[in-house]
Design a binder for this molecule. Structure first.
Ligand code: CDP
Length: 280
């Protein structure tokens, strides 16, 4: 980031990007929940050329004890890039960048996990980047919230995350490596879709106020699309046959799912089709 010069044509005459995407187009995104047997919860995300695994353990007793909080759980996120994930072999082990990303992702996730239900415990989230092509913190956060849900950790909602930025004077969504390296701004966002709360927002580079608003609206819109894919991944794993859902349970789920949060423009969630059918 920082607008290094390049001969690459980042935006062509038709307004398309280096990989043929429109400015507001996401890279292809696939999410799978529950991919690891040994972890309490897990998820795998393929997002463009990014490949990211998230694994969750806990809640379990927090060690060392001085880190325990007597009133709530702590969420400890560990973001790690595999040596083979980038073109220049990355030196194994933590560095300043991975410590920063681990910290901001922990703080984002603590906003949605109902930590007060598990005093003195730790919920550990491991994010392993197997292949990187910019946007790995967003892919990691998106995967981690699906993994937490897969672990059965009570949460207010999932977090969906996506970056927007500026490349060759154009505001674009979901930057890939060349755009990240030679563009002039990158703004990762983490959103709680049901309430519209922002739990992660960073800015690398410069944008005017108007450009920032455009980028934020683009990434917010993308987060709602990502949220639908996250929920679909969970539904796919936990799809329950309609006949076994008692009517009162299906009705209760419907009430919670369609409750519109106060002060939010977010449309109420759709009730999964299989649950609708379960209501007698
Ligand atoms: O991945 P994210 O965009 O969240 O973070 P970044 O610090 O902006 O890194 C952008 C990209 O630079 C990464 O996704 C990697 O593709 C690349 N990178 C790298 O090649 N070697 C590193 N040691 C760190 C990042």
């Amino acid at each position: 980031m920082g607008g290094a010069t390049t001969d690459l044509k980042l935006i062509d005459e038709k307004g398309l990007r280096i990989d043929g995407r429109r400015p507001d187009e996401l890279r292809p995104l696939k999410i799978e929940a529950g991919v690891l047997k040994r972890a309490d919860g897990s998820a795998y995300v393929e997002w463009g050329e990014n490949k990211v695994l998230a694994a969750v353990y806990g809640p379990r007793e927090c060690h060392p004890r001085h880190m325990q909080n007597p009133t709530r759980a702590i969420v400890q996120c560990n973001y790690n890039m595999a040596s083979f994930s980038v073109s220049d072999r990355k030196r194994p082990g933590p560095d300043r960048r991975s410590q920063e990303i681990s910290k901001i992702l922990s703080e984002a996730l603590e906003h949605v996990v109902l930590t007060h239900l598990f005093p003195r415990t730790s919920i550990d989230v491991y994010i392993e980047v197997l292949q990187a092509n910019a946007g790995t913190r967003c892919a990691g956060l998106t995967a981690a919230s699906v993994a937490l849900a897969d672990a059965g950790i009570p949460m207010r909602d999932l977090i969906a995350s996506c970056a927007a930025g500026k490349v060759a004077d154009t505001i674009v969504l979901d930057l890939r490596n060349e755009e990240d390296n030679f563009g002039s701004a990158d703004v990762p966002l983490g959103l709680v879709p049901r309430t519209g709360e922002i739990v992660l927002l960073q800015m690398d580079g410069d944008l005017s106020v108007e450009e920032f608003k455009t980028a934020l609206s683009m990434s917010t819109d993308a987060c709602h699309r990502i949220y639908a894919i996250q929920k679909e991944a969970l539904r796919k794993k936990y799809c329950v046959a309609p006949a076994v859902i008692p009517a009162e349970v299906a009705n209760a789920i419907h009430d919670v799912a369609t409750e519109k949060p106060q002060g939010s423009d977010v449309p109420p969630n759709e009730m999964p089709g299989n649950l609708k059918e379960g209501v007698q």
